[in-house]
Design a protein around this ligand. Structure first.
Ligand code: DP6
Length: 366
């Protein structure tokens, strides 16, 4: 399945060349934080293990796509694009998006029939060092699917629409596959026995039972560093190809996902914490034993981790952390301990944050 529209009869019969069509499409996509990490890929953006993430609420990207069909004389084998980020024309992002759209052109030829103007903005500050590729690629992919729907009258089925959006988002950035579903608390991507009909090609909503304790779960994102990462995720994934622990890692992801599903169903916060922190440590350990090795944690990251673990021991509050591919720390805790945890974060962790910055977020509600 590659969601190609090349042979689609709609495309052959389309009146795209004759009839002018224009319009505006907008989509908002949430950020996500992986609990089971995607780290290592093969083929065209296919994951080497399944991943699972919480969908966030306050951190999102909003993308507006302004389209107009080209006239008969204009080339249909070229992408026509202008890209604005946070109300300013952004050449760097434009180049990246152009490359992405060009890579889609052979299977999504309708992209060559339109002039595209894309306006994108994040709800979180760009300088916060928070990866926005997941939410931005997801919002863009949803816009593209809507464009296809309007131009070719395809993707009428909602499930197919979202699967294709997730498929396209994945081609832009793997973790983006999990960000096309707003208002879905948990998403998984990648083939696993735990989730029926799971696929490496697209992410899907997690439909297994989730205990009440995980409803409205809190995620406070501590900004430890706002600098651009020294090693990109793309380069990090590539280093898994020669990582001596790769095979063990991929097996561990499967068993951790199984354990996590049990914890989510039974409200077992001990197992949840064991799995989530293990995934974060393993991710960064893999970076440290790649060749060449690299470290994305900062001193503040480790200090914060130790303080969270000590606070948990002292109070028995089931607070824990996870990390993405960077120095920032996601602090996870049940909603019912929000007051105590925010108080702890403000008093004890804030001093280790870059400019005292942190963002309060929580898992999306259905
Ligand atoms: C550690 O999705 O950023 O956040 O597919 O190369 O764009 P590309 O990588 P990306 O990798 C995310 C890695 C991670 C784990 C995760 O989100 O699952």
């Amino acid at each position: 399945m590659n969601f190609s529209v090349t042979d689609n009869h709609f495309f052959k019969e389309t009146s795209l060349l004759k009839e002018e069509k224009k319009g505006i499409i907008t989509h908002r996509s949430p950020s996500n934080i992986a609990l089971i990490k995607y780290w290592g890929k093969h083929g065209v953006q296919l994951p080497n293990n399944p991943s699972l993430s919480f969908t966030l609420t306050n951190a999102f990207t909003e993308t507006k796509l302004d389209y107009q069909t080209k006239n008969e004389t204009e080339s249909k084998s070229e992408i026509s694009l202008e890209f604005w980020f946070e109300n300013k024309k952004n050449e760097k992002f434009e180049q990246k998006i152009r490359k992405f759209l060009e890579s889609l052109l052979p299977t999504q030829p309708y992209l060559g029939f339109v002039h595209l103007k894309i306006y994108s903005q994040n709800s979180f500050p760009h300088s916060a060092g928070i990866a926005s590729s997941a939410s931005s690629m997801a919002a863009l992919a949803l816009c593209l699917c809507d464009l296809e729907k309007r131009l070719l009258n395809t993707l009428q089925n909602t499930e197919e629409f979202y699967q294709k959006a997730s498929y396209l988002a994945r081609l832009g950035s793997g973790s983006a596959a999990r960000s096309v579903y707003s208002n879905i608390p948990i998403t998984t991507w990648g083939k696993t026995d735990v989730v029926k009909d799971s696929s490496d090609l697209w992410a899907s909503p997690y439909t297994l039972p989730i205990h009440d304790i995980f409803q409205n779960y809190q995620d406070t994102i501590l900004i430890v560093s706002a600098e651009e990462k020294s090693v990109s995720s793309r380069a990090g994934h590539a280093l898994m190809e020669t990582n001596p622990f790769a095979k063990t890692r991929y097996e561990l992801a499967h068993s951790n996902l199984q354990k996590l599903a049990f914890a989510l169903e039974n409200g077992d916060t001990d197992t949840f914490i064991e799995v989530v922190e293990n995934e974060a440590f393993v991710l960064h350990a893999l970076m440290m034993c790649s060749s060449p090795p690299f470290i994305l944690m900062e001193t503040g990251t480790l200090t914060i981790i130790k303080k969270i673990q000590a606070f948990r021991r002292e109070t028995n509050i089931p607070i824990c952390f996870t990390l993405d591919a960077g120095a920032n720390v996601h602090v996870l805790y049940p909603n019912k301990y929000k007051k105590e945890c925010l108080d702890f974060i403000d008093k004890k962790l804030k001093p280790f944050c870059f400019e005292g910055k942190y963002l309060k977020d929580h898992v999306s509600n259905q």
